[in-house]
Each structure stands twice: as structure tokens, then as C-alpha cells.
Ligand binder design. Structure first.
Ligand code: CA
Length: 242
């Protein structure tokens, strides 16, 4: 049975989360304090942590960062604000997913189950170092990189999907290469504008047009993504298909 730590200071929400999780057969511990949460994670192995960002003693984002210093435990963030910058910050600080309050029990269970499925046995994967600490991977944009069957070779400026070479425009290549070098991270459109386009007067739609061209060349659709996952209202993430 999965062991889940619930970190939420609002007693009403905490009780309802505990009820939902217990019904799902999870073993639940809970606390309303960020410091207490860190102590719990340092002492006990959990299969997942549900972390409210608005805690009385410590900022939830800081709790997450400190937690990543001691553990690779999957974290589902709960936030009251649908604040894009904040959500990107916590996802890139190592959160696995998020839900925005108010959320339904069904949505919460679905997101937590997805996190548990994705991370099952992954605690020792490459993003996590032998000391258990999580660090963003160092990125050399000129290094060839492979994600699933996709291989991007920046010095040769080639992209292969399996043994098939994809014919990409210069911008499509730069976009795909940037996403592949940051595989697994959510990249905002703002970041793409500054890192890939490097031009101040490009609008969001230009990015969408290039993304949909890339999707077509990768043989996928936004409604059935394989490599290019849209994170609603936040940005885009390239991952290996499951
Ligand atoms: Ca709170």
C-alpha cells in the first residue's frame, strides 16, 4: 500500500484529503507544518507527498526545494493560485505535478495515481543522484541527446525518430533541440521566446504554429501526445512516450 504524506494546514482540506486517500487504500500521515514535513521525509520513506504551497511556517516552494535536498520522493503540489510563474517554479524545482484549489476528489485521485504510476521504482533514475538529492541536470545544448526513439544531434543538425531522419526547418530544429535537452522539464512559452527565438516581438501563436508543425513531423497530435506534452496554462514538456 502506498504511503502518502499530506502537508496541508487547512484542517478541513486536510481531513478531506486524508479521507479520500484512506478510501483509496493509502497509508496516510499528515501535518500542517513545513518543518514537520521535512522532518517526516528525512525520517521515513514515503511513496508520495501531497504538498500545499500556502503553509504558515515555511513557503511551500521552499519546503519543496529543501525536500529535494534530502529526498527524491514524488511530490504533488496543491496550490490555491492558478499562477503560471509559481507553477513553473515548483515544477522545475522538482514537483511531479500540481492541482489548483478548488479541485474535485476525482481529479486529485487521478493526478496522484498518475504520479505514483510514473514514479514507481524511479527513485533512483538519472535525475536523482546517489545521495538522494534532486538537482536539475546540467545542460550542454551542443551535446547529442536521445529521448525515447528520438535522437537530436546538434553538431550535425539532424533529428532521427528511430532510423527515420526528420526534415525540420531551422526553427523547428532549435525548438525541438531545446526541449529535448530539457526533457522532462516544463518550459514556458516565455522561456522559448527568450531561449529559442531570442527576439522580443514574437507572439505566442508563432510558437504554437511551430509546435504543431513539430507534432505533425513526429507523427502525433495535441489530443494524443507522445513526445510533446502540453501542460495546461503553463507550457510544454518533452518526454519519452510511455
Ligand atoms: Ca494552506
Amino acid at each position: 500500500m502506498p504511503r502518502v504524506l499530506v502537508v496541508e494546514d487547512d484542517p478541513r482540506i486536510r481531513v478531506s484529503l486524508i479521507e479520500i486517500l484512506t478510501e483509496q487504500g493509502h497509508i496516510v500521515r499528515s501535518t500542517g507544518s513545513g518543518f514537520e514535513a521535512l522532518r517526516e521525509v528525512a525520517q521515513d520513506p514515503f511513496d508520495a507527498v501531497v504538498l500545499d504551497l500556502g503553509l504558515p511556517d515555511l513557503d511551500g516552494g521552499d519546503v519543496l526545494q529543501m525536500m529535494r535536498g534530502i529526498s527524491a520522493v514524488p511530490v504533488l503540489v496543491v496550490t490555491a493560485r492558478d499562477d503560471e510563474a509559481e507553477i513553473i517554479r515548483v515544477l522545475n524545482a522538482g514537483a511531479d505535478d500540481y492541482v489548483v484549489k478548488p479541485f474535485s476528489g476525482g481529479q486529485f485521485v487521478a493526478r496522484l495515481s498518475a504520479v505514483l504510476r510514473r514514479t514507481a521504482g524511479a527513485a533512483s533514475s538519472c535525475a536523482h543522484h546517489t545521495d538522494g538529492a534532486w538537482r536539475p541536470p546540467a545542460v550542454d545544448l551542443m551535446q547529442p541527446v536521445s529521448v525515447g526513439d528520438l535522437t537530436v544531434d546538434p553538431p550535425a543538425r539532424t533529428v532521427h525518430l528511430g532510423d527515420r531522419e526528420l526534415r525540420l526547418t531551422r526553427r523547428e530544429f532549435d525548438l525541438l533541440s531545446f526541449l529535448a535537452h530539457h526533457a522532462g522539464q516544463v518550459i514556458s512559452k516565455q522561456q522559448l521566446l527568450s531561449e529559442v527565438w531570442r527576439e522580443p516581438y514574437v507572439d505566442d501563436q508563432t510558437i504554437d504554429v511551430h509546435l504543431s508543425a513539430l507534432r505533425r513531423k513526429l507523427g502525433e497530435r495535441a489530443s494524443a501526445p507522445r513526445y510533446l506534452q502540453t501542460v495546461r496554462g503553463v507550457g510544454i514538456k518533452l518526454t519519452a512516450p510511455r
